[in-house]
Design a protein around this ligand. Structure first.
Ligand code: CAA
Length: 296
């Protein structure tokens, strides 16, 4: 099996920064690429914060945290991905953007490098086909926060070779995650089941079954979930959720995957959840409070 030493991560946002951190924690040399310095600094800043927090809580030694950080190099230049053995994509959930990005990376990466997408719902084959190496392409789907969530869905598309799939499985193990194999079907396992549940949480709110807080509290206390569906929707990002449900709806044409009207209105208002400071909750105060615009 090919040995992976250098890992490239494209995108240092919500998912990319976490993927870069877990890879560096496992000893890989990581290059993470962003589109502009401000976005890169923001993502690297999140890694610094997580590492500092681990040291503060006695979960890591300062020297180890420094070692992890030293293994992560930020860049704006695709050319810096040239030494990478594995490149993981974690950019916006937009197929055309992803395909354009892969065409760029394909021209720079080593011939024997493997490519993986962290897409949450788009067909892996649609990205693999944009490269000159569809047999070396697979899906590695991480969950937010990538530093904490144990699962990685390892997705084999129709062109993925046994070798490339094996590299994905082995990489997942070396970073301490649980790899579950899934087919290249929209939403894979987790989002196929989770997204209709989150959308149902929104519909329950729209229909007045409970308030935002009541729905969340009920699912936490009654079903043992760490976050209620509306908190989790804000956490995932309502824009990302909107893109995922569009892909699922296109694929299956079932109402349970369609955007509920409240989601459409919230996205039109620019309320993307925690990342924009407001979603089902307003995050501007000490503790999250129900979004007053929704309560009216
Ligand atoms: N980044 C890194 N680490 C984080 C973190 C973050 N954003 N948030 C929390 N952590 C770490 C903390 O540092 C802490 O670590 P230690 O125990 O080592 O100190 C640990 O997680 C627990 O954190 P807290 O005590 O602060 O908070 P918590 O117990 O409430 O847990 C949570 C926070 C892990 C996020 C928990 O609420 C949870 O599991 N929520 C559900 C998350 C979930 O379902 N994610 C999947 C979303 S779906 C998805 O991602 C797929 C997709 O394609 C859309």
């Amino acid at each position: 099996m090919a040995e992976i030493q250098n890992v490239g991560v494209v995108g240092c946002g919500l998912m990319g920064h976490g993927i870069a951190q877990v890879a560096a924690q496992a000893g890989y040399e990581v290059v993470v690429r962003e589109v502009d310095q401000a976005t890169l600094d923001k993502g690297l800043g999140k890694i610094d914060k997580q590492l500092a927090r681990a040291v503060e809580r006695g979960k890591a030694e300062q020297a180890d945290a420094d070692g992890v950080r030293a293994r992560i190099r930020g860049t704006l230049d695709y050319a810096d991905l040239s030494p990478c053995d594995l490149v993981i994509e974690a950019i916006t959930e937009d197929l055309e953007l992803k395909r354009a990005m892969w065409r760029e990376v394909d021209g720079i990466a080593k011939d024997d490098a493997y490519f993986a997408t962290n897409t949450s719902s788009l067909p892996v084959i649609a990205q693999a086909a944009a490269t000159s190496r569809p047999e070396r392409f697979l899906g590695l789907h991480f969950f937010n926060p990538a530093q904490v969530m144990k699962l990685v869905e390892v997705i084999r598309c129709v062109t993925t070779s046994d070798e490339a799939f094996g590299v994905g499985v082995e990489f997942t193990q070396t970073i301490g995650k649980i790899g579950v194999q899934t087919r290249d079907s929209a939403g894979f396992i987790v989002n196929r089941l989770l997204v209709p549940y989150l959308l149902d949480g929104m519909r329950a709110y729209e229909e007045g079954v409970g308030t935002i807080t009541e729905i969340d509290e009920a699912m936490k206390a009654g079903a043992g979930h760490p976050m209620g569906p509306l908190t989790l929707s804000d956490f995932v990002g309502l824009d990302t959720l909107g893109s995922i449900c569009d892909v699922l709806f296109d694929e299956f044409r079932e109402k349970r995957f369609a955007r509920p009207p409240i989601l459409r209105k919230m996205l039109a208002a620019g309320w993307y959840g925690r990342k924009s400071g407001i979603g089902f909750y307003d995050y501007s105060g000490e503790a999250p409070a129900e979004n007053p615009g929704l309560v009216r």
